[in-house]
Design a protein around this ligand. Structure first.
Ligand code: ADP
Length: 228
């Protein structure tokens, strides 16, 4: 019950602030406080707030299906290929911040047995964070290395890092550090909660090593394909 209460309080809080600004901008446009030549600027903000609400709803739905022990649709696939494709999908965002990827694979092809769609989401969320919290003109290092019956995937940035006292909280639903609240208005604080839920549902682990002002590294494991 306590959990339910906190959850609802967080949801309400996170929905209220974009709704308040949307209402404020639209009223100011209607009553003329914002002059016509400024409409485009404020309507763009309205759209960005609705995108945030959309992301929140999407994230909550994803968590909800993961919660209800949504079954895993496991297949054998090459994790290197998925990393390359996911990284490539960030090309646009990367070029505006001049961020490059450095990919290292311990073997040409590394087959894992996992839920492809969900692992794509994990990589997407971790790379998205890596870019968001990196400075311009930097590199994001992604590695996939084989160790015994596992493949370890690491996503490492040289960005703002995570303060010691918030490192445990980053996995909580809706948690966003104060630092990132200002910088990243589109964030929902649900990304890492989803990532952890997915990795744990595979029976695997995810860890983070981070130093404020130096950067962060997220490492998770996946089972290698067997009987191939
Ligand atoms: P969001 O990115 O939407 O804020 P997440 O759940 O993905 O939500 O992340 C929660 C918080 O963890 C972020 O707000 C940020 O404070 C911190 N964080 C996550 N990834 C990184 C990173 N690569 N570098 C620094 N801080 C990070």
């Amino acid at each position: 019950e306590e959990y339910q209460r906190t959850f609802i309080a967080n949801v309400s809080h996170d929905f209220r602030s974009p709704l308040t600004s949307i209402k404020g901008y639209l009223e100011a446009i209607l009553d003329g406080t914002i002059p016509p030549q400024m409409h485009e600027k404020y309507l763009t903000r309205v759209i960005s707030e609705t995108e945030r609400l959309n992301k929140l709803t999407q994230g909550m739905l994803t968590l909800n299906t993961l919660d209800s022990k949504g079954y895993l649709n496991r297949t054998n696939f090459d994790i290197n290929r998925v990393i390359k494709d996911t990284a490539a999908s960030f090309e646009g965002t990367c070029s505006t911040k001049n961020i490059t990827f450095d990919l290292t694979f311990s073997d040409n092809i590394q087959m894992v047995y996992a839920d492809l769609g969900k692992i794509q989401q994990v990589l997407y969320n971790l790379i998205d964070n890596g870019i968001k919290f990196s400075h311009t003109d930097s590199t994001i290092y992604i590695q996939a290395s084989s160790k015994y019956e596992k493949i370890f995937v690491s996503i490492k940035d040289t960005g703002i890092g995570i303060p010691k006292d918030s490192i445990k909280k980053i996995w909580e639903r809706f948690y966003k550090s104060d630092l990132s609240r200002g910088k990243d208005k589109k964030g929902t604080g649900l990304g890492l909660a989803i990532v952890r839920e997915i990795i744990q549902s595979h029976g695997e682990n995810i860890d983070v090593v981070s130093t404020e002002g130096v950067g962060s590294e997220f490492i998770f494991s996946l089972p290698k394909s067997t009987n191939l």
